[in-house]
Design a protein around this ligand. Structure first.
Ligand code: ZN
Length: 339
C-alpha cells in the first residue's frame, strides 16, 4: 500500500517499516517527569473507595499507597495534554510513522507493574519512560499491526520505587465482511462509514473460560451470579477468583430479576451504528446486591432515573444475540423506548 509494506501486505513484506520502527527501541519517551502531586491521602482514599479496597494498610498515620496506584502518580490529568514536562517527541514520532503507513487504530493490550518499595504520603514522584520494544508485524483478530511496549521507571525521593510497562497494539483494522459491524475502539472513520451503510449488529460478547457459565445462563434465560463457596460472597461480573477471600471455587445463584437503577449515563457521542444515540446505559443494582451494566428498556432515554425499579428480561437483538436487559417497572405498558 505504501513504501515499507502496507497493513494489507500488498507491497513488500514490511521489512523496511520494521527496520525503521526498531530504531525507536531504547529511545526515551519521557525524561525527568515529575508527578503533579505528592503521594497523598485524599487520592489514596478516593482510589480505595472506587476499588472497594478496605485494606487497613492504606489508612492512618502509617498508611502506604496501594501498589497498583503506581501509574496514577505519574498521570498528567485531563488538562495536561499540552503541558507534559519531560515528554520527548519520540512517542508522537513513532505513532506518526505508524499512522502514515496505515496503522491508524490503537488498542491498549496489557500492562505489567513491579513494586520495589512502598509509596507513602509525602513522597515526591519522578519518572522516566522509554520505548522498550517494538514487535515485528503481527496479525491479530483486530487486524495487522505492531505491539509497542513502553517502560516507565517511577522514583520516590530519587529511589526507584517501581516499574510500569504498558503495551499497545497499533494496527490497521481487519477487513470486515459487510454483515459484521464490530467496530474496534479507535478504528478509522472509513470503517465506521462502511458499517453504517449496512444493517448494523451489536458487538458480540467476548466469551472465555472465566465467563462462559454466565453466557450459558443467558442462553437459558437465567441471570447467574457467581458465589464464592468458601466465604459466600457474591460477585458480578464473573471473575476467576473471589475478591474477598481469594478462593477460586464458586457456584452460582440465579438472580430473581428485581433491581433498581444505581446509576446511568446517556450516550450521545461517539455514534456507533449498532446503537443509535441517544440511549441510556444503566448500572443496575440487583436485589441480590451485585451490579450489572445493561440497558433499561421500555422508557425514553431521558426519563431513566437513579432509584428507578426495573425488572430483568431477555431481549433478542438478532438471530444469534440475546442479552439481559431491564424493563422500567413504572413504565410497563408504555410505548416509550430506550434501546
Ligand atoms: Zn470468598
Amino acid at each position: 500500500m505504501r513504501e515499507g509494506g502496507g497493513p494489507d501486505g500488498s507491497a513488500g513484506d514490511g521489512d523496511e517499516l520494521s527496520e525503521r520502527l526498531k530504531k525507536y527501541q531504547g529511545r526515551a519517551a519521557t525524561v525527568g517527569g515529575v508527578g503533579r502531586d505528592l503521594v497523598n491521602a485524599p487520592m489514596i482514599r478516593h482510589w480505595c473507595e472506587a476499588m472497594g479496597d478496605t485494606n487497613p494498610a492504606y489508612e492512618g498515620p502509617d498508611a502506604v499507597a496501594p501498589p497498583t496506584m503506581l501509574q496514577a502518580w505519574t498521570m498528567s490529568g485531563l488538562s495536561g495534554h499540552a503541558d507534559r514536562p519531560g515528554r520527548s517527541g519520540t512517542y508522537d514520532e513513532l505513532f506518526g510513522l505508524l499512522d502514515g503507513a496505515g496503522y491508524t487504530s490503537v488498542v491498549a493490550t496489557d500492562c505489567e507493574q513491579e513494586y520495589l518499595c512502598p509509596l507513602r504520603p509525602g513522597d515526591e514522584i519522578t519518572f522516566d519512560s522509554m520505548i522498550e520494544s517494538v514487535s515485528g508485524r503481527k496479525t491479530t483478530k483486530l487486524g495487522t499491526g505492531y505491539f509497542v511496549t513502553t517502560r516507565m521507571d517511577i522514583r520516590a525521593g530519587g529511589e526507584l520505587a517501581g516499574t510500569h510497562r504498558f503495551r499497545i497494539l497499533k494496527y490497521a483494522p481487519a477487513h470486515r465482511s459487510p454483515k459484521s459491524t464490530q467496530t474496534a475502539p479507535g478504528s478509522s472513520g472509513s470503517a465506521r462509514t462502511k458499517s453504517a451503510e449496512t444493517k448494523s449488529r451489536r458487538p458480540r460478547p467476548v466469551i472465555n473460560r472465566d465467563n462462559a457459565g454466565f453466557w450459558e445462563g443467558v442462553g437459558r434465560h437465567r441471570l447467574l451470579i457467581q458465589r464464592c463457596t468458601a466465604c459466600g460472597t457474591l460477585r458480578f461480573p464473573w471473575l476467576p477468583g473471589c475478591g474477598a477471600c481469594g478462593c477460586p471455587d464458586w457456584d452460582t445463584v440465579e438472580s430473581g430479576g428485581e433491581g433498581t437503577v444505581y446509576s446511568y449515563v446517556v450516550m450521545h457521542h461517539p455514534p456507533f451504528p449498532a446503537f443509535g444515540p441517544p440511549y441510556a446505559v444503566a448500572l443496575v443494582e440487583l436485589a441480590e446486591g451485585v451490579r450489572i451494566v445493561s440497558n433499561v428498556v421500555g422508557v425514553p432515554y431521558d426519563e431513566v432515573r437513579i432509584g428507578m425499579p426495573v425488572r430483568l428480561e431477555f431481549r433478542c437483538y438478532d438471530e444469534d444475540l440475546e442479552l439481559p436487559v431491564f424493563r422500567a417497572a413504572a413504565f410497563a405498558g408504555r410505548s416509550g423506548e430506550g434501546s
